[in-house]
Design a protein around this ligand. Structure first.
Ligand SMILES: [Zn+2]
Length: 291
């Protein structure tokens, strides 16, 4: 397949979407938007990608002059090079170094951090800008979907543990990857962070969110359960407590906030959606281990 002329076609499609939206033809316009998104992602999926960390960092540095030529804001480019530097040093970026970017739906004007004024290029109102979150998990599940899913998924993980000896649970799969024990430990750790953060956000006003609970637990080996079954039970107990807490707060409390070092201000709703969406991504691993 030849993708070389996709950018011209994408521009023509998006250029048609604007007048169609002005005419109220939203269903036709949405198709044009979807095709444009699809073409961009397909081209990237088929493109050759840097093989290692050094090549990624080098490619990010090389792109800076192209981005400057395309008049991408200097602060956005600086943040990008900041991210490249962190990656080169094996560190995670902080939210204050790279806040959420926003793009004007009408003209494409890009800003770092939430816009407060009308678009300087086209005059569009700030609330119409598209916000870019670091991960789709934050907004994948609404409170009702999250509650349903967080009650249902543990049953799938229980299948992994049932009727297996500890030796079987610790056996590494032949095709590589985690043993069942590692999966269960990972889920227990993630659930531990979720439980810690849910309680913190419910009890405090806009608390800082750090993964202290997990580190604290790892530092206390005497509290560390021995068998995989014990680890699974710890996961289930913590999950039940979190469900109980969430079922006993008013719906509006799902919009209470915390300050995440890496992701900025997040709501309780976003934290729950994040962790439960993360958990779902381990289900194919479960299917593979059960097969
Ligand atoms: Zn604009």
């Amino acid at each position: 397949m030849n993708y070389t002329d996709w950018t011209d076609i994408a521009t023509r499609l998006n250029a048609l979407a604007l007048p169609l939206e002005d005419e109220g033809q939203y269903n036709t316009a949405k198709l044009l938007r979807a095709i444009t998104e699809s073409l961009a992602r397909r081209a990237a999926y088929a493109a050759e990608k840097p093989a290692d960390k050094n090549s990624i960092v080098a490619e990010l540095a090389r792109l800076d002059s192209d981005l400057a030529r395309l008049e991408v804001n200097a602060d956005v480019r600086a943040a990008l090079q900041n991210g490249a530097a962190s990656f080169a040093q094996g560190k995670l970026t902080r939210f204050r170094d790279i806040p959420n970017p926003y793009v004007c739906r009408t003209c494409g004007h890009l800003v770092l951090d939430e816009p407060k004024e009308n678009c300087p290029t086209c005059g569009a109102r700030p609330e119409t800008f598209i916000k870019f979150m670091p991960n789709y998990w934050f907004d994948a599940l609404d409170p009702f979907e999250a509650m349903t899913t967080m009650k249902q998924t543990p049953a799938r993980f229980a299948e992994l543990v049932e009727n297996r000896t500890e030796q079987e649970l610790e056996r590494l799969p032949e095709n590589g990857g985690w043993a069942i024990r590692n999966v269960i430990m990972h889920l227990r750790d993630a659930q531990g962070v979720l439980a810690f953060r849910v309680n913190l956000i419910v009890e405090q006003e806009n608390p800082p969110l750090e993964s202290l609970a997990v580190y604290a637990w790892a530092d206390k080996p005497q509290e560390k359960p021995e068998t995989t079954r014990d680890i699974f039970d710890a996961y289930m107990n913590s999950r039940r407590e979190t469900i109980h807490t969430l079922e006993n707060i008013p719906l509006k409390d799902w919009w209470r906030t915390g300050q995440h070092q890496e992701f900025g201000q997040v709501t309780l709703r976003q934290q729950v959606s994040y962790f439960i969406s993360h958990e779902i991504t381990h289900l194919p691993q479960v299917d593979a281990l059960l097969a």
